[in-house]
Design a protein around this ligand. Structure first.
Ligand code: ADP
Ligand code: GLC
Length: 483
């Protein structure tokens, strides 16, 4: 099959979160199954230049027709992702040559985001047409490219085959729907007849994800549990009725991960490699982690890691309210890294000074450091309000770093609850998000560390054996492509 991925991020070219990991690794997994896969992303100022990847010009200029007769001009660059996947970049200085992908340095959404991503969605299809790609499937991701599914069905694509291709929309996070003033509809070029409450309209504004759900032939999300939660309405941010209307054309497929990037046996970002059989290297990683996060250097104190976007979704505001109490009453340390909401950045920048040697933080983004936190920690905490899939807990499992997670979405599907009777399980789960639940569950993990070390060993072995590679999930995507 010929498959085109259209997305706003792709690892290792540009990444702010798990979407990039999935686009980069699923596209390659599909190519390994024998499909021809092209990935189209924007050419951001901040990506790529720093990476050692050869990029060449593909089209010097390309004209993209938007609504109201507006013509936008851009160029197209190209590079290889691994050996099998070709990536195309839509280059538009007006829309993408700026710091930040979606927001400015104060974490405020760029005001022209609906214009930027409508243009990008339309340009990606124009590229497929101009290079005569003739896709069988066009796979869009999240609100930023949801308009792709609408353009496919509402524009005249001539003989290009674009309107005949199957459109698939994957929802990585329903908390971000792309809701903007309806003024942008004219620029987007969607007829106002589509501005109805079952398509684009959302309390007088335009909702890109909702429109995409309407037009997509198939909608997926990134874990079975999150599919259930969003259908039930509790986590759908108002979109449950529209997801329900897709019937069997809405499905949760668990994300896979790329173990060529995330495996302690081969990871080049960590000071020493290790595996379930030879666990010694993990101690070296822990030493380095304690040093880099200015924690007391003591191998007998358990370390709990965090690598996260600082966003409401992640529940770290609740952790912030109890982390001081935890280190005051238990023998445990925290290594916390991330960036995002200013209040949380400020808090986690400040708290290490108050809890010297017990809490360390790194505010910012670093691929290398994120691997060290996974490798050097004993536990990894994700108290998410909701979590469509979550990749960090899956990486943690591979590094023998036991997840402490809220029982929701993909966290629920990938972490198996510890059983004190026999030491089975791969992590510690709690149901309600509260300071007490976090305190108690961390206490449970820490007491297990000190009082039942054999159980910790057993859980680590079980965790490291888990296989969340794309082997199975890529085949599930294949099935829906043929649906
Ligand atoms: P989400 O996509 O909601 O942020 P996931 O768990 O699916 O959550 O994926 C997050 C990805 O982003 C992981 O690969 C994680 O390592 C990475 N990540 C998050 N914050 C940082 C950071 N500050 N520095 C480096 N990597 C980060
Ligand atoms: C989103 C979700 C996260 C998921 C990732 C990749 O950012 O928040 O749970 O793992 O997308 O699908």
């Amino acid at each position: 099959m010929k498959i085109a991925f259209i997305a706003s991020e792709c690892y290792p070219l540009v990444k702010t979160g798990g979407l990039a990991d999935v686009v980069g690794s699923l596209s390659q997994a599909l190519a390994t199954l024998g499909h021809e896969v092209a990935v189209i992303i924007p050419y951001y100022k901040k990506n790529i230049a720093s990476r050692n990847i050869e990029i060449s010009t593909f089209f010097e200029t390309m004209c993209v027709h938007m609504g109201s007769g507006i013509e936008e001009w851009c160029s197209v660059k190209t590079a290889m992702l691994g050996r099998k996947v070709r990536v195309f970049f839509i280059e538009s200085d007006k829309y993408f040559f700026r710091e930040g992908l979606y927001c400015d340095s104060f974490n405020n959404d760029f005001q022209d985001n609906p214009y930027r991503f409508a243009f990008f969605s339309r340009a990606a299809l124009q590229l497929l047409r101009d290079m005569d790609f003739r896709p069988d499937v066009i796979h869009a991701h999240d609100w930023q490219t949801a308009a792709v599914c609408a353009y496919m069905k509402t524009w005249d694509w001539g003989e290009s085959g674009i309107d005949k291709a199957k459109s698939v929309l994957t929802i990585h996070n329903i908390g971000y729907q792309g809701i903007y003033s309806a003024d942008c509809l004219d620029y987007c070029g969607f007829d106002w007849k589509f501005f109805t409450s079952d398509i684009f309209e959302d309390y007088g504004r335009v909702n890109f994800l909702k429109g995409g759900i309407h037009f997509a032939d198939f909608v997926t999300t990134v874990s079975p549990k999150y599919a259930e939660e969003t259908l039930g309405g509790s986590q759908s941010y108002g979109l449950a009725p529209y997801l329900r209307s897709k019937n069997e054309r809405y499905l949760g497929i668990l994300n896979g991960v790329d173990y060529s990037v995330w495996d302690p046996k081969t990871d080049e970002n960590i000071p020493e490699n290790f595996s379930a059989r030879s666990f010694k290297g993990k101690a070296a990683c822990k030493r380095e982690l304690q040093k880099r996060f200015a924690l007391d250097e003591n191998e007998n104190i358990p370390v709990i890691g965090v690598v996260s976007r600082f966003a409401h979704q992640k529940g770290l505001d609740i952790l912030a309210k109890t982390v001081g109490r935890i280190v005051d009453s238990m023998v445990v340390q925290f290594a916390i890294m991330g960036s995002g909401e200013a209040e949380l950045e400020n808090f986690f920048r400040w708290i290490p000074g108050e809890k010297h040697g017990k809490i360390g933080s790194f505010i910012g983004y670093s691929d290398e450091m994120s691997h060290l936190v996974e490798a050097g920690s004993d536990f990894f905490i994700m108290p998410s309000r909701y979590e469509p899939c979550g990749l960090n807990q899956i990486y943690s499992l591979k590094y023998g770093t036991l997840p402490i997670v809220r029982n929701t979405g993909g966290l629920s599907d990938t972490v198996q609850q510890y059983c004190e009777a026999d030491g089975s399980g791969t992590g510690f789960k709690f149901d309600y998000l509260s300071t007490d639940a976090i305190f108690d569950t961390v206490g449970w993990a820490v007491s297990t560390y000190f009082d039942r070390p054999k159980h910790i060993d057993k859980m680590r072995k079980a965790a490291m054996k888990c296989d969340f590679s794309w082997k199975n999930s890529a085949k599930e995507y294949e099935k829906i492509y043929k649906f």
